[in-house]
Design a protein around this ligand. Structure first.
Ligand code: FES
Length: 559
């Protein structure tokens, strides 16, 4: 009878004993030798595809990881899962697939690892949903694992300045407003994305890669090394060597994903001014890790964390700039020395956060990363609002937003396309509160990001004049006073469903409130007469998702 072996703690089930001759036969069909089968099997999940530049060099990353796993005594087995490019899916029906893909990625990695009994995992990913999806799988599986990132894109150059995909989205609004010519828009389109890598600013992918580093799930410096930098391949080799050490030490993701790790990640996110999607994804990862984390903890940490890093979309720099001045370890060290991090939080290498940050750069540029004593703003960059429009909470990013209180008449749209059309027709007026509903996790379904409309408004010069409220969410590249994740969503009968054109809406970030000026009686009366719209999808993945998904206030989890 076959026995478990220490490092082959799962794979012995498929490689040992006479009963597993068929499984071994299949693996021999891939050229595996007796020695290969005697070694620990290490899964290398990879979200590589040709759908988006974000993933383009992940094949090289995985190749280097596998070579190093072999060198360190393991047998790597790579498998591919999906990725949806938010920048390509943005602004149309395709965006409904984006958040759904997070669950599919997590499920697919979980199922591959479960079926083939791999002993350890290196999760390679490089786009908005593929990062949290991979980490959710790591937390579920709880086998020794390391996450590694594909790396950010370098910025493009246009009219003498650095540009990113955010500039192209905003240029669409500027073109509609007549402040940019067709020739300029064309030139910008051809310049903004100069090669492989994730969207270059601190949008969702780079936010989540930074959070993965702060959670302790990566090697130091993982988030900011550009995808086309030769250092990325050298780093990938270190990841392959390190995972064998993690396996040897028996360190599992849930050992790392303690509550303190989430507090470290939320603190880093606040200090960097990251995407509001971090709220959604960290809640989901915490749930998978069995850690209790609430929306209000994001607000509490943001209130006491200074905003230190000047990154696009609100600031000046891109991720490659941050890499030049020390990357995420430099920011973490600054926070650690100011007593803002849990120093004893464990990381995948077995070091504590404080131990691994000893080697992080101490002196970094004060233009990109400001000193704690002279921050961009004294409090962090995400706030959680509540009120009759969002009794379960709504999320707003405050990084670089000058106007934190706004009162204006509602302009109600049933979905993003109608709002975008109105913006293109210059029908949104200064002072308006654009309400976009039936875009929540269930109602969309898929909780679309609203970058096309928010960028169009900014491009038309309305960024400081209007506000937006939605049960959908925002791209990390969105800027302006934009309130998302409104819960409960309109589809679930939240008061957002009862708002009408002209209703006064007040957003007060300092007071953390989001209200529509209706009496309780009137609000009840409107909701009594409310009829839920027909679902957009009656079958297929989106219909299945709409049936399973929960509230955005709890991370939009399925099941
Ligand atoms: Fe992949 Fe932006 S679309 S990181």
């Amino acid at each position: 009878m076959a026995e478990p072996k220490r490092l082959k703690h799962r794979s012995w089930e498929v490689t040992e004993g006479p009963a597993r001759a068929p499984a071994r036969a299949m693996m021999r069909g891939m050229g595996l030798s007796d020695e290969d089968l005697a070694r620990p099997l290490v899964g290398v999940s990879n979200t590589w595809n040709e759908a988006t530049p974000c993933q383009l060099n992940l094949d090289r990353v995985a190749r280097r990881v596998k070579a190093a796993v072999r060198e360190a005594g393991g047998t790597p087995r790579e498998f591919i899962t999906i990725t949806v490019s938010d920048a390509i899916a943005m602004g149309h029906e395709g965006m409904r697939a984006s958040l759904v893909s997070r669950e599919v990625i997590a499920d697919s990695i979980e199922l591959m690892m479960h079926a083939h009994r791999y002993d350890a995992l290196v999760a390679c990913a490089a786009c908005d949903k593929s990062i949290p999806g991979s980490i959710m799988a790591m937390a579920r599986l709880n086998v020794p694992s390391i996450f590694t990132y594909g790396g950010p894109m370098l910025p493009g150059r246009f009219e003498g300045r650095d540009v990113t995909i955010q500039d192209v989205f905003e240029a669409v609004g500027a073109f509609a407003a007549g402040t940019m010519s067709a020739a300029q828009l064309d030139e910008l389109e051809r310049s903004a994305c100069p090669g492989a890598g994730t969207c270059a600013g601190l949008f969702t992918a780079n936010t989540m890669a930074s959070c993965a580093e702060a959670l302790g799930l990566t090697l130091p410096g993982d988030a900011a090394i550009p995808q086309v930098d030769p250092e990325r391949e050298a780093h990938s080799e270190k990841v392959g060597l390190a995972v064998m050490k993690t396996l040897e030490l028996g360190i599992k993701p849930r050992d790392v994903l303690a509550h303190e790790a989430f507090e470290n990640a939320i603190t880093l996110d606040a200090a960097m001014g990251g995407s509001t999607n971090a709220v959604l994804h960290l809640l989901a990862i915490a749930h998978e890790a069995g850690v209790s984390l609430t929306l209000d903890e994001f607000d509490a940490i943001a209130r006491k964390t200074p905003h230190l890093v000047s990154m696009k979309p609100g600031g000046r720099y891109v991720m490659a700039d941050l890499h030049r001045v020390g990357g995420v370890p430099g920011v973490l060290r600054r926070l650690l020395e100011a007593g803002r991090l849990h120093p004893d939080a464990l990381t995948v290498t077995g070091e504590t956060m404080a131990q691994r940050l000893r080697n992080a750069p101490a002196e970094i540029s004060s233009d990109i990363v400001r000193p704690i004593a002279d921050p961009i703003s004294p409090a962090g960059t995400v706030a959680v609002l509540r009120g009759n429009l969002a009794p379960e909470g709504a999320v707003v990013k405050t990084a670089m937003v000058k106007r934190l209180v706004h009162r204006g008449p509602a302009r109600v749209f049933e979905g993003e396309e109608a709002a975008f059309q109105a913006a293109q027709e210059r029908a949104i007026r200064p002072g308006d509160v654009v309400v976009i509903r039936y875009e929540g996790p269930k109602g969309g379904p898929g909780m679309r990001e609203m970058l096309a409309i928010t960028a169009a408004l900014v491009g038309q010069g309305l960024g400081e004049e209007v506000a937006l409220v939605t049960d959908g969410r925002f791209s990390g590249a969105t800027r302006g006073l934009m309130v998302g994740h409104v819960s409960p969503e309109a589809w679930d009968g939240g008061l957002l469903a009862g708002v009408r054109d002209g209703d006064p809406i007040e957003i007060d970030v300092p007071k953390r409130t989001l209200r529509v000026d209706l009496t309780d009686d009137e609000a009840r009366r409107r909701l009594r007469g409310w009829v839920r719209p027909s679902p957009r999808y009656a079958s297929g993945a989106l219909a299945k998702y709409a049936k399973l998904v929960g509230s955005a206030s709890q991370g939009a989890l399925c099941g």
